[in-house]
Design a protein around this ligand. Structure first.
Ligand code: CDP
Length: 229
């Protein structure tokens, strides 16, 4: 049976995971899967149905008919509709850590994520990829950066999109989400025992991508070189 390779990248909010993961996937010709976008899309779905993200009963009403798909360009489709820009809204960001903490939501989305990685080489980023979704991943990275570096990156990203936000608001949101994500009962944010911690506070995106690719080659070595690509 053909072996499919997987790279798991976890870490706190705005640590640059998705930009680095996208770059690594592009260089290695792997599929990039943004699991945060899936939890964001589900949260958007709850809000558009006037449901309460903190209520698991409310969340459960949407799970049986839920369809989430990501394409190679990084778009996310909720029940067939492209919601890539809607999922980045402030309202979704403010609620996602509540909607994604329910066990039933996690079970459903983790199963979808595992299915996606079954027949492709993947780079997947999130909070529980190395610990829960892909415990057998070939390489696990736990990407960290100081809260100031992360707030600055997210602030620059929003400002370049023409959004009006203050550095302090963003910083407080990151601290709040990291707290909820790492203290929840199911799949809390934490490094897998065998993850390599990468501090990117002073690294450029290119340096991050290069570092992850080097670690991947070091980890899988000859196995990868002899794989039919
Ligand atoms: O881009 P950013 O770091 O702000 O967040 P994201 O990766 O889009 O994830 C948004 C939220 O989804 C996180 O704050 C977590 O609450 C949740 N999430 C999760 O619980 N598990 C994952 N595998 C991915 C995201």
């Amino acid at each position: 049976m053909k072996k499919f390779y997987s790279i798991a990248i976890d870490g706190p909010a705005a640590s640059g995971k998705s930009t680095a993961a996208k770059g690594v996937a592009k260089r290695l010709h792997f599929l990039y899967i943004d699991t945060g976008a899936m939890y964001r899309a589900f949260t958007y779905h709850m809000l558009e149905n006037n449901l309460e993200p903190k209520s698991e009963e409310d969340a459960k009403t949407l799970l049986p008919s839920l369809s989430l798909k990501e394409d190679k360009e990084g778009h996310i489709y909720l029940n067939g509709k492209d919601v890539s820009s809607e999922v980045r809204s402030l309202e979704v960001t403010n609620n996602v850590s509540y909607a994604c903490a329910h066990l039933s939501v996690r079970e459903k989305l983790v199963a979808l994520q595992q299915e996606m990685a079954k027949s492709e080489n993947v780079v997947m980023d999130g909070r529980d990829i190395g610990t829960v979704v892909l415990p057998e991943a070939d390489l696990k990275i736990y990407q960290i950066a100081s809260v100031d570096a992360r707030a600055k990156r997210r602030c620059d990203e929003f400002v370049s999109q023409g959004l009006k936000v203050t550095y302090e608001e963003i910083k407080q949101d990151l601290i709040r989400r990291d707290y909820i994500d790492s203290h929840r009962e199911h799949s809390p944010l934490k490094p897998a025992a065998d993850a390599i911690v990468l501090d990117t506070s002073f690294m450029s995106i290119e340096e991050e991508i290069e570092a992850i690719i080097k670690l991947f080659y070091k980890k899988v070595g000859d196995l990868w070189n002899n794989t039919e690509k």
